[in-house]
Design a binder for this molecule. Structure first.
Ligand code: SF4
Length: 249
């Protein structure tokens, strides 16, 4: 009992990606990742000495909290936000890094956190062995399929396939980050993996963005990739990273 976890930051912001885009969430960013994407914008993924905790939701008035952080510290903080700003937050986003690397802590944390707000998991869709240990206390799953052309990760297809098979029991959507060099076969392979589990599972095509928030993929490329995906799946949306051009974290 009383498992703690290495965190990078706890903050409140607007969800900038995926199907819940625009909703306000309380974010818990976990340290560490099991893969290494070329486009990773999370900064240092190794655990810092201190986690940065936002005192007032969305106001960027961070204070340091020694790592690792325990459940009670996080739960009391988020309960305070919900008391002070009732109705503002839609859900708690578990993000990273890769939150599922902390599955031991999550098994203990999630029932308590879920009593505060629904739980939204942002995951790279690789650690399928651990998803099953926590899935009962997760409400929404946003998982990536890492395309080789943009992530630099060559062969995660089998892991993604097993992950989707487990994740499909929840409200699931899948995201692929596409760039100018993304090829049709990559999107087709991703679609086939998703369609084998369910053609109704939404796919988000997320055009790559530069550090300044500008999209680095040509509109025609995005249109063509969406047309390809629509041959396999019923719901294919193009959604860029909106938090970047809003200047939010
Ligand atoms: S999965 Fe996410 S956190 Fe991990 S390296 Fe890729 S972009 Fe970064």
């Amino acid at each position: 009992m009383n498992k703690s976890a290495e965190l990078i930051e706890v903050f409140s912001s607007v969800q900038g990606e995926g199907m819940l885009v625009g909703l306000r969430q309380a974010f818990i960013r976990f340290a560490g990742c099991n893969i290494s994407c070329d486009y990773c914008d999370t900064g240092s993924l190794t655990a810092p000495k201190h986690c940065l905790m936002e005192a007032t939701p969305g106001r960027r008035d961070f204070f340091p909290q020694a790592n690792p952080v325990g459940l009670e510290r996080i739960a009391m903080h988020l309960e305070g936000w919900c008391r002070g700003w009732p109705g503002v937050h839609h859900s708690i986003s578990l993000t990273g890094g890769e939150p599922l690397l902390h599955h031991d802590a999550l098994v203990e944390w999630l029932p308590r956190l879920r009593s505060i707000l629904p739980i939204y998991l942002e995951t790279n869709g690789v650690p399928h062995e651990t998803l099953g240990t926590v899935i009962d206390n997760i409400d929404y799953i946003s998982m990536d399929i890492k395309l080789p052309s943009t992530s630099g990760e060559a062969d995660l297809w089998d892991c993604h396939q097993r992950f989707i098979e487990i994740a499909a029991h929840k409200e699931l959507f899948v995201k692929v980050v596409v760039g100018e060099t993304t090829q049709d076969w990559e999107v087709i392979r991703a679609c086939e993996i998703i369609a084998a589990v369910g053609k109704n599972i939404p796919l988000i095509i997320q055009p790559m963005t530069g550090k300044d928030g500008s999209v680095t993929v040509s509109p025609i490329k995005v249109i063509e990739l969406q047309e390809t995906a629509c041959r396999y799946l019923k719901e294919v949306r193009v959604i860029p990273q909106t938090h970047k051009f809003l200047g939010m974290i």
